[in-house]
Ligand binder design. Structure first.
Ligand SMILES: Nc1ncnc2c1ncn2[C@@H]1O[C@H](COP(=O)(O)OP(=O)(O)OP(=O)(O)O)[C@@H](O)[C@H]1O
Length: 244
């Protein structure tokens, strides 16, 4: 479970987060939905401990990220930009490297790497260098790195950006499987279809604040609209910076 409470963060002159509070539950996919510049990335970077908030707290499984960042990270997987893989490493080397970075000893890291390679059907490419990989192969390698240490929580920043239809569908299936295993999945997006198809709960954000929280259906009911896109526009008052 991920909880942020009263998070505020000013970057330069911009109030990127403005008293932001919400939680993302285990066994659910939670979407952070907001237009460009709403503060989604800033929020996720703060939860991962990459940014320090000016005020407020973020907790991962009740561990305060500011007080025990290493403990919090053990319970948290971050899906990185799949285009930034280390090209010279094979997926097996890459995934194992991150398993050890997350604090696992050599033997368990090797066993966990073998397991996740099997789980994500990476066996065929596990020992090839990442250079030249397709989008889907990159995505699966990046995701394997995020979940190799079996964190109970996974955060993803616009995970389908740049992916083709097949890779997007594959990613969706994997996220649904993680949810069914009881993980807390939190991802950011401004793609309506993706959020409507995947999320149990949506946190609608604008200008660093929560505007509304609910299932896609609840948000439609609350605004009297038929689609999440129309509900979203009604909630934030503009269609600038969103994608259908
Ligand atoms: N390093 C930075 N320097 C200056 N301003 C920043 C920086 N990082 C974020 N901001 C500003 O903070 C606000 C929130 O940015 P953030 O990237 O969190 O939004 P976002 O919701 O992820 O947007 P997008 O959907 O476009 O990725 C924006 O106004 C952005 O310009």
């Amino acid at each position: 479970m991920i909880t942020v409470a009263n998070l505020s963060k000013k970057i330069g002159e911009v109030q990127a987060l403005n008293d932001l509070s919400f939680s993302a539950e285990n066994g659910q996919i939670t979407g952070l939905l907001g237009p460009n510049g709403a503060g989604k990335t800033t929020c996720l970077r703060t939860v991962f401990g990459l940014l320090k908030p000016d005020s407020g707290t973020s907790c991962v499984d009740d561990i305060d990220v500011a007080i025990d960042p290493i403990g919090a990270k053990k319970q948290l997987g971050l899906f990185p930009d799949p285009f930034g893989l280390y090209e010279r490493l094979t997926p097996r080397e890459y995934i194992r490297y991150f398993a050890e970075l997350s604090g696992m000893a050599r033997k368990p890291a090797k066993a966990a790497t073998d397991k996740v390679i099997e789980q994500l059907n990476l066996t065929d490419i596990a020992d090839r260098r990442c250079k030249g990989f397709s989008q889907g192969q990159r995505m699966k390698t990046a995701l394997a790195q995020a979940i190799v240490h079996q964190p109970s929580n996974i955060i993803l920043d616009e995970p389908t950006r740049g992916l083709d239809v097949m890779s997007t569908r594959l990613l969706r299936d994997i996220l649904i499987a993680l949810k069914q295993q009881g993980h807390c999945v939190l991802f950011s997006s401004h793609v309506m279809q993706e959020v409507a198809a995947l999320c149990d709960r949506v946190i609608v954000m604008a200008q660093g604040k929560v505007v509304a929280i609910g299932s896609p259906q609840q948000l439609c009911e609350q605004t009297g609209k038929d689609s999440l896109e129309d509900a979203f526009i009604a909630l934030i008052g503009t269609d600038e910076g969103i994608a259908a």
